[in-house]
Write a protein that binds this ligand. Structure first.
Ligand SMILES: Nc1nc2c(ncn2[C@@H]2O[C@H](COP(=O)(O)OP(=O)(O)O)[C@@H](O)[C@H]2O)c(=O)[nH]1
Ligand SMILES: [Mg+2]
Length: 339
């Protein structure tokens, strides 16, 4: 059956195949359902995905029990993915995780001077320019110990935002414990967006799943914070990208969102109908390396099938240049599809 799924869909399918836990399966299947081309030829596939999704959700909630016997257990850390990618916050208590999500999204987070004010995953939608990026507030990890089930959520996330507190004496411990936590759960934090499973990793790490990670050091507005940041960068000797921010003054937050966008490794493109201006309201989000054909698949399968050529504006082409379906799109391209 010719379903012609996009590379993004295929990646989600790979994630589903390699999923170990029910929540990973649910995350991958939800992604597959969102990305599967919606047309006649894929109807059977859509039904199959929905069936698998139901089974995985049942498994997640009740250990696979059928019938009314088992008490349904809600997974407080599972969040359906939305936007260009899902970014889960990770950090010790009081570093400002909830403040970050509160500053950049409309989510109702609890911010408190005492620890443990966040009990479940709380998602909100932040933006890098016009690109929606999902930020998910999480409970703190204490002494490097996560709550049961939390690590599955990090495993399923597209990226991790590791938060440390520039005003805390334990600054370095906060960083090291989070890194250790990821590593001890077979997640290998990386700052290179292009790394995929099995690529380019040391032997010791090859069993681990590369996890795109950005480190942010919060409370840059406090005394000595800048010095503390420089000291941490010097002493930690990590390849991971590290940015100083303050949720209180807003400093560094734009840079943080730009870096998350880079990590997610996607492009945004705008569709345009002949003779009409580009639709700038809702960009299409595609993995870096996607073609005009991949974009057409997201618009509609019939359009992709009948695609003869396209005109592209922006980036490395002449304005309105005619291109083939195989032409690789770049960020902010405007695309006019011709059937
Ligand atoms: N000075 C300063 N305080 C902050 C900043 N961000 C958060 N806080 C404070 O740090 C405390 C913990 O914040 P919260 O977001 O609840 O941390 P969480 O436990 O990591 O979610 C609260 O008292 C916040 O007001 C910041 O950028 N600068
Ligand atoms: Mg919190």
């Amino acid at each position: 059956m010719a379903v012609n799924a996009s590379p993004m869909y295929q990646k989600a399918e790979e994630r589903y195949r390699s999923a170990v836990s029910a929540s990973e399966k649910v995350a991958a299947l939800e992604e597959m359902l969102r990305l599967v081309p919606k047309h006649k030829a894929s109807e059977k596939l859509q039904v199959q995905i929905k069936q698998k999704l139901k089974a995985a959700r049942d498994e997640m909630q009740g250990g696979g029990k059928k019938g009314g016997g088992g008490q349904a257990r809600h997974d407080p850390f599972h969040v359906a993915k939305q936007g260009a990618g899902q970014v889960l916050l990770l950090g010790a208590p009081n570093v400002g995780k909830s403040s970050i999500v509160g500053a950049l999204t409309k989510a109702k987070v609890e911010i408190a001077e005492f620890p443990f004010s966040t009990h479940a995953a709380v998602p909100g939608m932040a933006h890098h320019e016009d690109v929606p990026v999902q930020l998910v507030d999480m409970p703190p990890v204490m002494e490097g110990q996560p709550q049961p089930g939390m690590m599955n959520a990090y495993r399923a996330a597209d990226a991790v935002l590791l938060v440390v507190d520039l005003a805390a004496i334990e600054l370095m411990d906060q960083f090291e414990q989070c890194i250790e936590l990821l590593r001890s759960h077979q997640l290998s934090p990386v700052s290179k967006p292009e790394l995929v499973f099995g690529d380019d990793l040391d032997d010791a790490e090859s069993a681990a799943l590369p996890k795109r990670t950005l480190v942010v050091a919060n409370k840059l507005d406090t005394d000595d914070a800048r010095d503390n940041f420089e000291t941490m960068k010097e002493l930690e000797q990590t390849d991971l990208a590290m940015l100083p921010i303050s949720t209180q003054t807003g400093e560094g937050l734009d840079a943080m969102m730009a870096e998350l966008f880079r990590l997610l490794n996607v492009v945004r493109v705008y569709a345009k109908r002949p003779g009409k201006p580009a639709d700038k309201e809702s960009p299409f989000i595609l993995p870096v390396g996607s073609s005009v054909h991949d974009m057409a698949m997201l618009v509609h399968k019939d359009i992709a099938e009948n695609l003869k050529s396209a005109r592209v504006w922006g980036g490395d082409v002449h304005d309105g240049q005619q291109v083939h379906a195989t032409h690789v799109l770049t960020d902010k391209n405007v695309v006019e599809l011709h059937g």
